[in-house]
Design a protein around this ligand. Structure first.
Ligand SMILES: [Zn+2]
Length: 378
């Protein structure tokens, strides 16, 4: 490792690049450069304004892929930051900066662990890949999704994928994500008959109809969840109508809602049941659906076992499997890879002002990724 940068230097260099989504600002070139003495083949896949890079060392199986994003969310209110968000200052053994949690520290740890592993084991088994995008925090249309489509076309299999999202919840290492819930949004428009509020018998109030329907749908039990998933949840985010005057019954009401669903259900069967409930209640409606993620899960197996073991060895804690939280690029990868696990730093400051990581945590993260490579490739 002599002459090589340490993990803190690498994280610092990455944070200092202002890669606000979908801008990569040279992060991927930097990582490629850091790997140039390690025999990685490189493919750039830039689409629209998105930078994607695929780096691979070796051709044998199993292929272990480190996946992540180089883009970050904007810094927010600069006055609330105690440091410049792109300065990467260390105060009190803690590294501050945008991306310190989500997810430049993980990228630095993956890179540094890989350099160390290859230096020590140049003839390791299998192959190592890096799949990096600058379109995770934005619409995620031209990033990982497109790269995975290319892999599918080329019949390139991925045995193990590690995504560096910040998954730790209360203490570092307490949680790995072995799946995520699906997310299905809907915009429901319920029609009534417009009229004078003083003559309700001549009108039909869509808000009252909606009230009854909300009661029904809110009490409907979609599933019980399972070993890996909590029960499916339904939440309304907004209700509004075409109110024009206070003495009018409106002609329609719109309800916007979202379901976070388990793998006991699919987008199709939720939509079918939902519309069946509307029809059974003789409601006149229009509905637009948008499914941003289908649920996925990596069942307890080789990769979960390796993570549990390596985390125990490094941190002396039992890590939990979880499918909670929002969506991530793992949703695209897991459809293609045999096993996908997300693991990274504490998520407490992700996307917030004064985002940070303890230097010790960053170093431990490197040790864990290094341990994973040893377990999978020696
Ligand atoms: Zn992230």
């Amino acid at each position: 490792m002599s002459g090589k940068l340490n993990v803190l230097d690498i994280a610092t260099n990455l944070i200092q690049k202002k890669s606000i989504t979908p801008n990569d600002d040279g992060c991927q070139e930097y990582i490629k450069d850091e790997l140039k003495d390690f025999n990685f083949d490189c493919v750039n896949l830039n689409l629209e304004n998105v930078s994607n890079i695929w780096l691979r060392r070796g051709t044998k199986k199993p292929l272990v892929v480190f996946a992540g994003h180089t883009d970050v969310v904007p810094p927010g209110n600069l006055n609330e930051w105690k440091t410049d968000p792109f300065e990467a200052e260390v105060i009190d053994k803690t590294l501050f900066g945008r991306g310190a949690s989500d997810m430049k520290s993980s990228l630095a740890a993956m890179l540094s662990a890989t350099q160390k592993f290859i230096t020590e084991n140049p003839n390791h088994n299998g192959s190592i890949g890096f799949l990096l995008t600058s379109d995770e925090e934005g619409p995620a249309r031209y990033g990982t999704k497109k790269v995975i489509e290319k892999f599918k076309k080329e019949n390139m299999s991925i045995e193990f994928c590690i995504v560096g999202e910040p998954t730790s919840s209360k203490v570092f290492g307490d949680t790995i994500k072995n799946g995520r819930r699906g997310s299905l949004s809907g915009k429901l428009k319920i029609f009534g008959i417009q009229g004078h509020i003083a003559y309700p018998e001549l009108a039909k109030n869509p808000i009252h109809i909606a009230g009854n329907f909300i009661e029904i749908i809110n009490n409907y039990k979609w599933d019980e969840g399972n070993e890996y998933f909590p029960p499916t949840s339904f939440q309304i985010s907004s209700i509004y109508s075409d109110k024009v005057a206070s003495n009018m019954i409106p002609s329609w009401v719109k309800i916007e809602f979202n379901l976070r669903f388990s793998n006991e259900l699919t987008q199709k069967n939720i939509e079918k049941k939902f519309e069946e409930l509307l029809t059974n209640n003789e409601i006149q409606y229009e509905i637009d659906w948008n499914c941003s993620a289908e649920p996925f899960v990596t069942e307890q197996g080789k990769l979960t076992g390796v993570f549990q073991k390596v985390i125990k060895n490094n941190l002396n804690i039992e890590t939990n499997l979880s499918t909670s939280g929002g969506t991530s690029d793992a949703r695209f990868i897991s459809k293609h890879a045999d096993e996908t696990i997300e693991f990274g730093p504490l998520n407490a400051t992700a996307h917030k002002v004064n985002e940070n990581i303890k230097v010790e945590e960053l170093e431990k993260l490197e040790s864990i990724y290094y341990g994973i490579l040893r377990e999978l490739l020696l």
